[in-house]
Design a binder for this molecule. Sequence first.
Ligand SMILES: *[C@@H]1O[C@H](CO)[C@@H](O)[C@H](O)[C@H]1NC(C)=O
Ligand SMILES: *[C@@H]1O[C@H](CO)[C@@H](O)[C@H](O)[C@H]1NC(C)=O
Ligand SMILES: *[C@@H]1O[C@H](CO)[C@@H](O)[C@H](O)[C@H]1NC(C)=O
Ligand SMILES: *[C@@H]1O[C@H](CO)[C@@H](O)[C@H](O)[C@H]1NC(C)=O
Ligand SMILES: *[C@@H]1O[C@H](CO)[C@@H](O)[C@H](O)[C@H]1NC(C)=O
Ligand SMILES: *[C@@H]1O[C@H](CO)[C@@H](O)[C@H](O)[C@H]1NC(C)=O
Ligand SMILES: *[C@@H]1O[C@H](CO)[C@@H](O)[C@H](O)[C@H]1NC(C)=O
Ligand SMILES: *[C@@H]1O[C@H](CO)[C@@H](O)[C@H](O)[C@H]1NC(C)=O
Ligand SMILES: *[C@@H]1O[C@H](CO)[C@@H](O)[C@H](O)[C@H]1NC(C)=O
Length: 457
Amino acid sequence: MMRVVLYSIPILLFQCILSTADVMNGTMKLMMVQALWRHGDRTPTETYHNDQFTEAYWIFGGGGWGQLTPIGMRQHMQLGQKLRARYVNGQPYAFLKKRYDQQEIFVRSTDKNRTLLSAFSNMVGMYGNLDKENVTEPNVTDIDYPDVIGWPAGFVPIPIHTIPDAEDHLLSVDNACALQDTVWNMAKTTDIVSSYFNRSDVKALMGNLTNYCGEDINPENLWILYNALKIEKQYYPVDFQRFTPWYTDSLFEQIDIVNSQVQDFQNGLGLEGVIVNGLDIGKYLRKIRGGTLVNDIYNHMNRKTECSSSDGKECAYTKRMKFFAYSAHDTTLYALFSLLGVAHLAVQPRGYPLYSACAVFEQWQDTKSNETFFKLIYHRHENDTLNYVLTSGIPGCNGNDYCPLSVLKNYSDTYKPEMEMNQWCDYNILSSSSSTSSAFSSLLILTLFYLFVSSSK
Ligand SMILES: *[C@@H]1O[C@H](CO)[C@@H](O)[C@H](O)[C@H]1NC(C)=O
Ligand SMILES: *[C@@H]1O[C@H](CO)[C@@H](O)[C@H](O)[C@H]1NC(C)=O
Ligand SMILES: *[C@@H]1O[C@H](CO)[C@@H](O)[C@H](O)[C@H]1NC(C)=O
Ligand SMILES: *[C@@H]1O[C@H](CO)[C@@H](O)[C@H](O)[C@H]1NC(C)=O
Ligand SMILES: *[C@@H]1O[C@H](CO)[C@@H](O)[C@H](O)[C@H]1NC(C)=O
Ligand SMILES: *[C@@H]1O[C@H](CO)[C@@H](O)[C@H](O)[C@H]1NC(C)=O
Ligand SMILES: *[C@@H]1O[C@H](CO)[C@@H](O)[C@H](O)[C@H]1NC(C)=O
Ligand SMILES: *[C@@H]1O[C@H](CO)[C@@H](O)[C@H](O)[C@H]1NC(C)=O
Ligand SMILES: *[C@@H]1O[C@H](CO)[C@@H](O)[C@H](O)[C@H]1NC(C)=O
């Protein structure tokens, strides 16, 4: 008897410190949150041949191409603070614990310096304990970080997970994938894409830019120039005028228009139902670029729902997990938005999501009917709030802010890849999509199956 009491005091105390009440809105209960963001402000990832802004100009965030700058760090710290306000501090939800709990949150980043550092910066905003404000009991010092001179005041380190970039088909949508190249090459043979690339104004623009840049500028590598110009002008406006005398705002707008159109094509937009070699190009580009991610987001929610009515050991992890964060790229967000039919809402008037743009999927369960819903919130840029709800724009959600999970399941079923991405990327879709060879392989499989069945008898 005595022993029970002695053991249960620390356990009770522990639970009391760590537990948070259910977050309810009427009969709806908040179950889980998944956030997918673009990294913050960065230096150019590369540039054009004649550029006088060499790598030596890019001294920020460790120096060199494509690094997160202090502006980018600030943007993500602030996004982390907004997420903290919404999901920790009760504005409006006290969903996550005030202190970091490793069983409640999982952060995954692409294996790029800028996304990793964005995730760390974001977590400073979410769990940084400067002023020890809002954390009263117990003292986090010597529990979550050492109380020692030299440790940054209030810095609570949070693990950020990643996998090698070449294998990351969840978040790195532009890494090497032969299948994606094949389907994109097919897309370029369509009238829609080739007539755009052939348009005289597009060709004239590429010709002029090729002259200015000292290398071939074409619709497919235009994004490099777009990015470099934008960032150079932002960081070194005076040198920029001197180094880039051919630059005008209207030229930049033309670049932006063509670049955005190319990116739409690459995400399958405008190519819905366009068939080449028996393949729906728009659908395949969506599948390859966004299918794995939508499937992952859906599966997390589906598993959470399944586990809500199970006390089994296999549900222990899922029941405790409440917040997934993905630190990724504009391309990742845009691939997902393209698939969900909301790409036009990514940025107005056009283009890829901006620095620290963030899509937040909330999962809600109606405790009366047990039906599960999701709500998609979009943080458009560094100055935005977490109040812009996109769900109603998703085809199938019928204009509602809370959309049945079955709608997301339909997107997941429609677009999930046909096999594990590392395999699928190496799959020769051309040989399999021609009807004679697929008829032949079906015949072969039937024959093998028959042989197998007969021999096993
Ligand atoms: C609760 O749900 C209603 C109806 O959908 C919505 O208008 C309101 O903003 C929600 N409140 C919170 C705090 O989620
Ligand atoms: C502490 O909580 C209050 C009230 O919930 C909130 O206004 C404030 O922003 C929080 N401070 C920090 C640093 O999270
Ligand atoms: C990190 O930055 C360094 C220095 O620019 C660079 O050499 C390295 O490739 C970067 N790595 C990643 C994964 O971004
Ligand atoms: C909390 O930490 C402060 C400063 O490190 C210390 O003065 C105080 O006694 C601690 N309080 C408890 C309850 O441990
Ligand atoms: C575009 O130009 C290429 C060659 O430059 C040609 O093969 C293709 O048919 C043209 N497409 C259209 C739609 O004009
Ligand atoms: C290309 O440059 C020429 C000469 O400067 C100019 O007249 C023309 O308008 C430019 N065309 C485009 C599409 O930028
Ligand atoms: C909802 O789920 C709970 C727990 O599994 C179950 O007891 C209840 O009957 C379900 N309600 C409905 C309306 O399906
Ligand atoms: C955010 O606000 C600041 C200060 O007004 C401004 O300089 C910056 O351009 C804004 N950023 C965006 C993306 O609108
Ligand atoms: C499922 O998605 C397809 C398109 O991918 C759509 O045509 C169909 O209407 C959707 N079904 C439901 C029930 O939402």
